[in-house]
Design a protein around this ligand. Structure first.
Ligand SMILES: Cc1ncc(COP(=O)(O)O)c(C=O)c1O
Length: 435
């Protein structure tokens, strides 16, 4: 049997850092990343045959659990008919219909392969639609790794301890204004100075890349009000929260709580592709039709709307009915409650924040975490100790204190027991660091 350590060193010889996405390298928590052989339901198995309860869920997509049999067989059937055509297929329309049904402000959808492409295209579309260049983003909000959006970008760059990224020309971010999250006054000031130059405000529907930091009541509605007043488009990034926090994402939760607003463009990813490389942007027809071939804003992709990915998305959204979200919400409450009890018992100061079933914990913090600075004040070393104790006990947590934790519909009583038993020792380990 080849060990994780041997696989990691072989990978490091030929792949920078041994990984294809930095957080996977365990840079901030240290140790050897687990090389995954297979996953089923709430479980993953590494190369050494060790089984873990998975709370990463492929960073969100595995809403139904890993390798849901109906999704897998739909993909297998599609694969037998061809892997990619570079031509339109009926499942693209089916998936667009399923999205439109859930997200009422969306009239048309364009499929791409990654969340990065979706947000990059949304920004280009907003610039094309308004004839303006400036965009506003919020500190600690992550929208993928396109140049213009890699400023104060939350989890990935925060985990790596980078201020931004080398290789991004100053000119690429010169038109990106970064505003503190949850700060309406700061946003108003920027609009009063430069309102007629601003093409778009892009915001995570509920930020989950600096830990879960919900918008304060009225924050998203204030963005909508200001953008409308100034002829600016509002891009709501639901790549992470879409079809996870509810059938209509975090936006749907806000609607239900009475915060009624319609962004101009939504971006989606993760759950919408059911674990396959697929993402999308959607909005009102008059805006979406500005994309080529109907409009002048160019966007394209060899694998866009790939038949296996769209089939996985259609099947996943079809299976993600109201029962799935109800079960996920109550599971999440149960798991959060147990986490809180263990941390309380160990005397650890912490904040546990959630957006529906999505949650994360900030160790060594007592006040609400409202923005990126608050999030960076958490005791990262305490999370490292907590993470390793949990891993040792068979729980796979995100290897960074800036990431959200993901449950799936497959997490059950058996996995909860593993989690419950692992907690006391991990909480003690965190307590030792915080002192
Ligand atoms: C809110 C948000 N937007 C965009 C992205 C980028 O998506 P991708 O990693 O598919 O490029 C992510 C990825 O985590 C995300 O969380």
């Amino acid at each position: 049997m080849t060990s994780n350590a041997e696989l990691f060193s072989a990978a490091q010889a030929v792949i920078p850092g041994g990984v294809d996405s930095p957080v996977r390298a365990y840079g901030s928590v240290g140790g050897v990343p687990r090389f995954i052989e297979r996953a089923q339901g709430p479980w993953i198995w590494d190369a050494e045959g060790t089984r873990y309860v998975d709370l990463v869920c492929t960073w969100g997509p595995a809403l139904l659990g890993h390798a849901h049999p109906e999704v897998v067989s739909a993909v297998q059937e599609a694969a037998s008919k061809g892997l990619s055509f570079g031509a339109p297929t009926r499942t693209e329309t089916e998936l667009a219909d399923a999205i439109i049904e859930r997200m009422t402000p969306v009239e048309k959808v364009r499929f791409v392969s990654t969340g990065t492409e979706a947000t990059m295209t949304a920004v280009r579309l907003a610039r094309g639609a308004t004839g303006r260049d400036v965009i506003i983003k919020f500190a600690g909000n992550y929208h993928g790794h396109s140049d213009a959006l890699l400023a104060a970008a939350g989890s990935g760059v925060a985990t790596a301890g980078l201020p931004g990224s080398a290789g991004v020309p100053a000119a690429s971010t010169a038109d990106t204004i970064v505003v503190d999250y949850n700060d309406v006054t700061a946003l108003e000031e920027v609009f009063s100075e430069r309102g007629d130059q601003i093409a778009a405000v892009i915001v995570e529907s509920c930020p989950a890349n600096m830990g879960v930091v919900p918008p304060e009541p009225g924050f998203n509605a204030a963005i909508r009000r200001l953008t409308k007043e100034h002829g600016t488009l509002m891009i709501t990034d639901e790549v992470l929260t879409g079809f996870r926090c509810s059938a209509s994402g975090f936006w749907g939760l806000q609607q239900r709580s009475g915060e009624d607003f319609a962004p101009d463009i939504f971006t989606f990813g993760k759950v919408v592709g059911g674990g396959m490389p697929l993402a999308a942007l959607g909005g009102r027809a008059e805006i979406m039709d500005l994309l080529a071939p109907t409009g002048p804003v160019y966007q394209a992709g060899t694998l866009s709307g790939n038949p296996l990915a769209t089939v996985a998305g259609v099947k996943t959204l079809h299976l993600a009915d109201a029962g799935v979200y109800q079960r996920l919400d109550s599971r999440s409450e149960q798991w959060r409650g147990e986490l809180a009890s263990a941390l309380d018992a160990a005397g650890v100061s912490y904040r546990l924040q959630n957006a529906g079933n999505l949650f994360s914990v900030f160790l060594g913090v007592e006040e609400p975490v409202r923005n990126y600075d608050d999030s960076k004040a958490q005791t990262a070393e305490a999370y490292t100790a907590f993470f390793h104790a949990m891993l040792e006990a068979g729980i796979n947590l995100p290897p960074s204190c800036f990431e959200a934790w993901f449950l799936s519909d497959a997490h059950d009583d058996e996995t909860f027991e593993v989690f419950r038993k692992a907690l006391p020792k991990a909480a003690e380990a965190a307590a030792k660091i915080i002192g």
